[in-house]
Design a protein around this ligand. Sequence first.
Ligand code: PLP
Length: 450
Amino acid sequence: TKSDIWRKDRDHLLHPYTDFSCFREEGSQVIEKAEGMYVTDQDGNRLLDGIAGLWCVNIGHGRKDMAEAIAAQVMDMQYYNPFGHSTNIPASELGAKLAALAPGDLNHVYYTCGGSTANDAAIRLVHYYFEMKGQHRKKKIISRDAGYHGATYVAASLTGIHGTKLGFDRIGEDFIHHVSAANMYAKPEGMSEDEFCDFLVDEFERRIHQLGPDNVAAFIAEPIMGAGGVLVAPKGYHKRMYDVCKAYDMLYIADEVVTAFGRLGEWFASEAVFGMTPDILVCAKGITSGYIPLGATMITSEIYDVIAHPQCEGGVFSMGLTYFGHPVACAAALKNMEIMESEGMLGNAKEVGPYLQETAKSLLNLPIVGDVRGSHLMMGIDLVADKKTKAPHGAGVSEAIFKKCLDRGVIVRPVGDRIVISPPIIINREECDMIVNAISESITEYLAEA
Ligand code: PLP
C-alpha cells in the first residue's frame, strides 16, 4: 500500500536536496507508472511531466523499445571488466557515434555513471593533460556563481549554488574561484547586453590575473545554466570566454549535462547554438533519456594526443570506474539516439520549443512574474515581490505554485524563487498550453488567497 511504501522510504532513504522534515508527515508522492509525457502516482493521478523526470527523460517515459534494447543487451552480455584492452560492442559503437555527432574534433570519450562523475573525469583529465605537458602548477578551475555541476565532491566544489555548500568543506582553493553568473535579468540597470558581456569577460580576465595565469587550468560553464535558474548568457559570451581561455592556455569545459540530446533542438548546444567548440564536453541525462545512468566526457584529439602519446611518461589515466562503458547503459544510449533520429525529435524541439517560449511570455502579465526566459525546451520563470526592484518573492511561493500545478495535473519544478520547466522533447503545442495555463491559474489562485 501507499502507507507501506512511504514508511519504508521514511525509515531507510536519504533523499537528495530534500528537507528531512518532509518525511515526518505521511504523504510522499509515490510515482508508480510512467508513459510518454505522463507519470501516474499511487493514488491514480495522471500528471503531465513538465520537467522530464529531472531534465533527462527526453524521449518520454515507458518506451517498450528501450526496454527491449536493454533486455537484449543483458541477455547478450550484461557486464565485463572494461580495463586493459577488453571492450564491448555498444561502448565502441556509441563512442564512434558520439564522436561523429560532436562538434570539431571532440573524438574521444571517457564514460562515467552520470553527470557528476563526468565532471570529475573532466577535471582529472584537465589536470592529467597539464601534468603530461609539464605544466605542473596549472590546477585551478574557474566556475560560475549559480552554476551546477553535480554532487560528488569535486563537482559540488565547482558548483556555485550556495545552498548546496551546507555541511561540507570544499576540497580546497583550486575549486572555489567563481566568477559571476551570466544573469541577464540581474544585470545592473541601464547596462546593455553587450556592455554586460564586456563586464563578464573583463571580470573573468581579472580573476585569471588574480590567480596567476600559470596556475589556472580551465573554465567550466553550462551553455545555459540549468539548476541556477535557466540563465541565458548575453550574445557572444561563450565564444568570448573561450577566446580568453585560449589566450591564457586554459581549457574550456562545456557542461552539457542538460543542454545536449535535444533540449535545445540539437545533439549538442555549444557549437550549434552558441558558436563555440569546447575543449571538453560533458554530457549525461538525455544520453539515455534517464532509462539507465550514463555520463560521457569528450575530449579533443589535441588533448588525447598529449595524454595518450606513447612518448609521454606515465601514459595511464588512472581514473578507474567499474562501470566505464557499461554495455547495458551504452546499448540504451544507442537505442535512445536511434529513436530520437527516427522520430525526428530534435526537429520537434526546434519547432515546439519556440512556441513554448512565446506562449509562456503571457505569464509576464501576472504581478509576481518578473522574468520568463530560456531557449527551446528549457525555461525559467522568476517570481518577484516587486517587478521594479526585482526583489525575489521568497522560496515559499514557488513551492506553493508547484503544489497548485500538481492539483491541476501538471508537474513543474520549484527552484528557490523560480519555477523551472524542461519537458520531454516529444512535447506538443497542446501540452505546452497545459503547462503554461496550469502555472497561470496557480499563480492567480495563490494571489487571490494571499
Ligand atoms: N551538470 C549539470 C549541468 C546538471 O544539471 C547536473 C544534474 O542536474 C549534473 C551536472 C550532475 O549530474 P548527475 O546528477 O547525473 O550526477
